[in-house]
Design a protein around this ligand. Structure first.
Ligand code: ACO
Length: 182
């Protein structure tokens, strides 16, 4: 997996110089103001493959490297489905590297007056950066996007060991998950 840490460029890249998945205006000001001063929150950018996006995701589960071309094609496929995929990243301002990730996917519903449901997915924080409230801020920012998009609920699946974390983020246990792997 390629990252800028393997090259010479480590200076922080502002949002204005990036090609982003969605408008950064959708990120809660309250969350921005509560961020650690060394960390920036923004939408996924088209060149975050080079900032270690996949390395952080691999904290969560097996993440094989598809190569930069396939990664960028996938980014474009997400962007081609408007108002559906909102992936946020946490950037370490010193290294310009991704240190946290998370997504909310909006599922459109006929029920509840043509409403939608926000599905929170793929939350991961670099192990060296855990315990600094980055996970909490990612969940707060994703929930804000979900609720401001009209979702009547925001849901997620997690392991038993992560239940206390999500309870601290304001979620409660509800029903069961069923899965069938291919
Ligand atoms: N058990 C109990 N409490 C926890 C746990 C836990 N496993 N993880 C965090 N907390 C608490 C923290 O102590 C903190 O409490 P406080 O406010 O009283 O101090 C609060 O939750 C917020 O913690 P953060 O510092 O924001 O958590 P962090 O940045 O470390 O991120 C995360 C938590 C995302 C679970 C991280 O540990 C991680 O990346 N784990 C590996 C990947 C993973 O399991 N991701 C979640 C998969 S589920 C999904 O994607 C929908």
């Amino acid at each position: 997996m390629a990252s800028e840490s393997n090259t010479n460029s480590t200076s922080f890249t502002p949002d204005s110089a990036l090609d982003l998945l969605f408008s950064p205006d959708l990120i809660s000001l309250e969350v921005r103001n509560a961020m650690h001063p060394d960390v920036h929150i923004r939408p996924l950018a088209s060149n975050d493959y080079r900032r270690g996006h996949l390395e952080v995701l691999s904290v969560l589960t097996t993440t094989t490297d598809p190569g930069e071309g396939a990664w960028v094609s996938h980014f474009e496929a997400l962007r081609a489905a408007p108002r559906s995929y909102y992936t946020l990243v946490m950037i370490d301002k010193g290294s310009d590297q991704v240190i946290g990730v998370g997504t909310v996917f909006l599922e459109r519903k006929f029920q509840r007056g043509i409403s939608c449901v926000g599905h929170i997915e793929d939350i991961a924080v670099d192990p060296k950066q855990q315990g600094k409230k980055l996970g909490l801020r990612i969940i707060q920012a994703l929930t804000y996007i979900s609720e401001n998009s009209g979702a009547y609920k925001t849901i997620l699946n997690c392991s038993d060991k992560n239940i206390p974390f999500y309870q601290k983020c304001g979620f409660e246990r509800k029903e069961n998950e069923m899965a069938r792997y291919t």
